[in-house]
Design a protein around this ligand. Structure first.
Ligand code: PLP
Length: 388
């Protein structure tokens, strides 16, 4: 069968493939310490599960509006107004199958062939693939450890051309865990306004902040920035709801209508009763969310301290998400070789940085239990010492 040229340019998710290999080894009885996971290891809080069960009992099992249950769109708009300082109404919000579909639909709605999309590198691996599928061109801007893997206003300015359509900002970031400070967000926003480009702010990790880090939504900087900003978010990471597939996109009404039209011909509405779980997530007691955040904070500290004691690895201090992104250059290995040898010789699974456009790093996730972290870091220490 002759496949489309479009599909020939798309690479399957490398993170999923490596995580699957680690899982297969584990299932065959090998004692693997996996730092590959991109989802909280906690169960979804009970009150959210109860709300979805109640919705099922009440017969909320039918098709709904493609853009989402009105009550959930209202609740999201309210959250964005009160928590993020973004003046969205329900008509500015579409509920999507995870943050992934919100970004995918956005690219389809916004990008023309030849449009350039600026993506700071290291990046979440789906961004460039989505741009490719939409027919656009990714402009990858390498960042450095010296700048904590954050794009600078000068770098952003330099990457802008007459073809630039969109800038993708992700804070807190996957894979680096970096959080742009409010001042850094404001400085980037100034460039966005000056160049009159659009920006999508992917805020899916906003609830996972440590050591007093503050999250500022790009669109909250000023009315001029708000006009050019699209906000993407979801329930997966902060509420431990990865399998529920509930995310959202917020932006100008004409864009949301266009995204809604696209979605109405692809997936239609997000699973109806899952949306009732999301309503509960926003309106319920947030204690369970804070308990998870505190557990992540403790693991992050352990992993950072352990990394500091390993000669040959360096890393910036990540203040968000659940990832650490050490630099492995001193081992003389590139990321794929590093991860293969680490898995084969020491049974520790990590994601090679090349999946995120950074071949001198690996991504370690601490969304796993403390025992695995302690054992895995011990093995990582031995592995690196054997290589330098
Ligand atoms: N954005 C980033 C940076 C992510 O890391 C992920 C998931 O890994 C997503 C968006 C999409 O999340 P979901 O589709 O599970 O809501």
């Amino acid at each position: 069968m002759k496949l489309s040229a479009r599909v020939g340019q798309v690479t399957p998710s490398m993170t999923l493939a490596i995580a699957a290999k680690a899982k297969a080894l584990k299932n065959s009885g090998v004692d693997v310490c996996s730092f590959t996971t991109g989802e909280p290891d906690f169960a979804t809080p009970d009150f959210i599960v109860a709300a979805a069960k109640k919705a099922l009992d009440e017969g909320k099992t039918k098709y709904g509006p493609a853009a989402g249950e009105p009550q959930l769109r209202e609740a999201i708009a309210h959250k964005l107004q009160t928590e993020n300082g973004l003046c969205y109404g329900a008509e500015n919000v579409i509920v999507t199958n995870g943050g992934k579909q919100s970004l995918f639909n956005l690219m389809l709605a916004l990008i023309e062939p030849g449009d350039e999309v600026i993506i700071p590198t290291p990046y979440w691996l789906s961004y460039p693939e989505m741009v490719t599928i939409a027919g656009g061109k990714s402009v990858l801007v390498p960042t450095s450890q010296e700048n904590d893997y954050k794009i600078t206003p000068a770098q952003l300015r330099q990457a802008i051309t007459p073809q630039t359509k969109l800038f993708v900002l992700n804070s807190p970031a996957n894979p680096t865990g970096m959080v742009y400070s409010p001042d850094e967000i404001r400085a980037l926003a100034a460039v966005v306004v000056e160049a009159n480009i659009d920006v999508v702010s992917d805020e899916i990790y906003e609830k996972l902040l440590y050591d007093g880090a503050k999250h500022l939504s790009m669109g909250a900087v000023s009315p001029e920035v708000f006009e050019r900003t699209i906000t993407s978010n979801g329930f997966a990471k902060g509420y431990a709801m990865t399998g529920w597939r509930v995310g959202y996109l917020a932006g100008p009404v004409d864009l949301i209508k266009a995204v809604s039209a696209i979605q109405s011909h692809s997936t239609s509405n997000v699973c109806t009763f899952a949306q009732y779980g999301a309503i509960a997530a926003l309106s319920g007691d947030q204690t369970a969310i804070e308990v998870m955040r505190q557990a992540f904070a403790e693991r992050r500290q352990y992993m950072l301290d352990a990394l500091k004691a390993i000669p040959g690895l360096t890393c910036s201090k990540p203040d968000g998400a659940f990832y650490i992104f050490p630099d492995i250059q001193q081992t003389g290995l590139k990321s794929l070789d590093f991860c293969s040898a680490l898995l084969e010789d020491y049974q520790v699974a990590a994601i090679p940085g090349i999946a995120f456009g950074a071949d001198d790093n690996v991504r370690l996730s601490y969304a796993t239990d403390m025992e695995t972290i302690k054992k895995g870091m011990d093995r990582l220490d031995k592995f690196v010492r054997s290589r330098i």
